[in-house]
Design a binder for this molecule. Sequence first.
Ligand code: SAH
Ligand code: SF4
Length: 364
Amino acid sequence: MLGLGSLELKEVARACGQPAYRGGQVARWLFERSELDLDRMSDLPRAFREQIAAAGYVPGELTFVTDRQTPDGTRKFLLASPRGGTLEAVLMPHWTDAEAVHTDLEGIRPERVTACISTQIGCAVGCAFCATGLSGFHRNVAAGEMIEQVVRMQGQSGYRISNVVFMGMGEPLLNYNDTLKAVRILNAEVGIGMRHLTISTAGIIPGIDRLADERLQLTLAVSLHTADDSLRDTLVPINRRYPLADLKAAMKQYVARTSRRITIECVLLSGVNDSPAQARELVRYLEGLNAHVNLIPYNATDAQFEPSRPAAVEAFREVIERSGRAVSVRVERGRQIDAACGQLRRRMAAGGEAIRKEHDGAGS
Ligand code: SAH
Ligand code: SF4
């Protein structure tokens, strides 16, 4: 039912012979109070609850498989779906007081809380450094399942989620309709401001064009990683279909249509894309584009790549900063719990026992 907005829920109420406002009540339980148990929606007549169930509507369908937490409060959830497969979702509270990270977090309210959600199970793009890509594509995640990741984490943690990033497993622009439906419901029903929603893409140009036409105020993040076409062909295979020059044209048009600044993401891999010369190449590529650069420490998934050394990250950052462009380095979170793209799911598939032992020793 989480894939239905208030208007559609009002239709459900009418179809059950109930006044439309009853649908609005259901919407408030689901989206505002994170209540996914029909029997606990106490102001609904029992007959209506029974009609809803008899018509085959279920408020939530996912079940928690694991829930791992690191000392900074980052929690990673694995959720099983009766439609098949498991979804990863991560909850990241951000604390005002930096000290809070090292002290007892009980009773301290986070300044903001970000949910990172999955839009596909697996991913067909197959980026060389990404655990999700290595698992191949399984299926699209439905809009209701995307909302449910947010609502369930909200219910489980007791935190109100303030930001949602579509940066978990999968390529959101290859599951365009459901992703956009989830965006609209998160905005209109769950109450998350458009500017607090971020869609991250590997650079699917038709999707970027379509999104530009929606003229939404959400944030578009493009996982660029490098401004060198031949290197990008190997890191992000979709680059062969949507090469850098075309991608830049699409991004420029996106900025022109939405008046929003784009976030350019670069996962820095040691000795692969992290030299000062490559930073200068990136600066040249971005000329004339309203974009901010976010450097992401690589979360090692296998032996092929290594994370850039801190000195290399700093040198790369400096080149960009000196060019006058805004640049930030993402704070690394939840590495002990595999809180990056497809990692937890992949390890669970490889053998849950191994992961449990590892985490027991991780001090979380
Ligand atoms: N498919 C979309 C969104 C999901 S991936 C995209 O590629 O943008 C979200 C982000 O995580 C991307 O920027 C991706 O490059 C990054 N990522 C993937 N694997 C990673 C890893 N092992 N360490 C750090 N970041 C990773
Ligand atoms: Fe897919 Fe994004 Fe992973 Fe690339 S980085 S394989 S696009 S999920």
